[in-house]
Design a protein around this ligand. Structure first.
Ligand code: ATP
Ligand code: MG
Length: 424
């Protein structure tokens, strides 16, 4: 928003400073004084045409300039805008008193939530999850900050913490997946993979496939010392991780049965290889069950996705997701850490405040929004407000405020000084 620049601006400025003296003549004429004051205070709004709606015509093409005589310039009311935009949504859902999105656009799509630390990304994620569940959808969340733990959230979220109330077993993973994970995550060399497979086969035949038996077989087995050492080192890490137990969590059952809550996997504090192990295990299960039609479509919320799976693996999942009924929401505060293909393929974006110019230009290069809009709108967004575009807003970029879900109190950065203040 700028002040209307009237020709002779300097003259105007001088006139303002001399106002008292120069206006005395007009003092009597209140009407004229009011008009002059208004003129002096006029502002001009520089706008960008986002869409054109012509009455009776659904088209939002705007290659033409409207007639100057036949048009009227005014600010449409909320109701009017709602009628023009929101009424076209397939599933309009409120994310605050004043803002609605088309929730159906998340279904089968790829969605991004980006913004700097503390800008309100997690709050929006939780709001979306709650809305999805309310509408009969099912959600899976990879939580790296452990922010779904508080008791107040138990009615909406089922939190699984690996090593505490979630355990893996070799039998549950399946022989092939276990071998793949040992190769890719634990870096087991090919020479040892052969031996591992042999031992697993024999354990499976005897119906005693578990980590303890595997460890014993390796430890007391008679084979090449280097191979043995490579296996023992890795199996020791697995044993000590506390992630494996004979009474493994029945993920299949959970995925099939839990429908009124989001399943949250709390990855907080786990070293990267273990995060990767858990995430790969869960995603493998999910994808397989979706492919076999064993479970209904699922929404996956992944915070800082790059911190537990690499680019190639994600690209693989994203390529397959649309066909199998997996909708993915990526959430990050480091826009350039997200893979480029994610931006190009994104169907929906929610951009919260970002100050860094590199981040902004990175996003504008990758996604369906122009740099100008991004630069002018995003840096000044307050906490809880975001620029949304894509199918969620019928392809019209909109600044939306998100309501603060008041049961969700954690997730913000912990501050020791303020905690001390509130104690006193
Ligand atoms: N819509 C909102 N209205 C008011 N306060 C909000 C809103 N959204 C978030 N907040 C507050 O701002 C703080 C940060 O919110 P949130 O945890 O959602 O940010 P974030 O972007 O996920 O941050 P981080 O990058 O650290 O994960 C929280 O204390 C939260 O209560
Ligand atoms: Mg967060």
């Amino acid at each position: 928003m700028n002040y209307l620049s009237i020709p002779g601006e300097v003259e105007e400025i001088i006139r303002i400073s001399k106002r008292e003296e120069s206006y005395y003549v007009l003092e009597e004429d209140e009407g004229l004084k009011k008009i002059l004051d208004e003129l002096l205070d006029s502002r001009i709004l520089v706008c960008k045409v986002r869409a054109a709606f012509s009455l009776g015509d659904e088209n939002i093409d705007f290659q033409w300039a409207p007639s100057r005589i036949g048009s009227k310039i005014y600010e449409p009311s909320n109701e009017e805008l709602r009628e023009l935009v929101v009424s076209k949504y397939l599933l309009p859902v409120k994310i605050s008193e004043s803002a609605e999105i088309d929730l159906s656009a998340l279904d089968g799509g790829l969605t991004l939530i980006v913004g700097r630390k503390g800008s309100g990304k997690s709050n929006l994620s939780k709001t979306l999850i709650v809305r999805i569940i309310e509408h009969g959808g099912r959600c899976l969340v990879f939580d790296i900050n452990g922010e779904y733990e508080p008791t107040a959230m138990r009615s909406k979220f089922l939190v699984l913490k690996p090593g505490e109330n979630m355990f893996l077993s070799i039998a549950g993973l399946g022989k092939e997946l276990f071998i793949t994970l040992m190769e890719t995550i634990m870096g087991l060399p090919p020479s040892s993979v052969w031996e591992l497979r042999r031992i697993l086969d024999s354990l499976e035949n005897r119906g005693s496939l578990n980590l303890k038996n595997l460890w014993n077989e390796v430890f007391f087995g008679k084979f090449n010392d280097l191979v043995k050492e490579a296996l023992i080192r890795r199996l020791t890490v697995l044993k000590e991780s506390g992630l494996f137990s004979d009474e493994a969590t029945d993920l299949d059952k959970l995925l099939r049965e839990v429908s009124d809550k989001a399943i949250v996997i709390n990855l907080r504090g786990l070293p990267k290889p273990f995060r990767q192990l858990i995430v790969e295990t869960v995603l493998n299960k999910v994808v397989k069950m979706l492919e076999d039609g064993e479970i209904k479509p699922l929404f996956l919320f992944a915070e800082e996705a790059q911190s537990y799976l690499d680019e190639k693996t994600w690209e693989d999942y994203i390529t397959r997701m649309r066909h199998i009924g997996l909708s993915v929401v990526f959430i990050t505060n480091e826009p350039d850490s997200l893979m480029k293909f994610v931006y190009r393929q994104a169907d929906n974006c929610f951009i919260f405040s970002l100050m860094n110019e590199n981040d902004l230009s990175y996003i504008s290069k990758m996604s369906k929004i122009d740099a100008e809009s991004l630069m002018s709108l995003v840096p000044t967004l307050p906490v809880g407000k975001c620029l949304a575009f894509g199918n969620v807003t019928n392809n019209i970029p909109m600044v939306l405020s998100v309501e603060k879900e008041n049961v969700f109190r954690t997730g913000g950065t912990r501050k020791v000084l303020l905690e001390a203040v509130s104690r006193n």
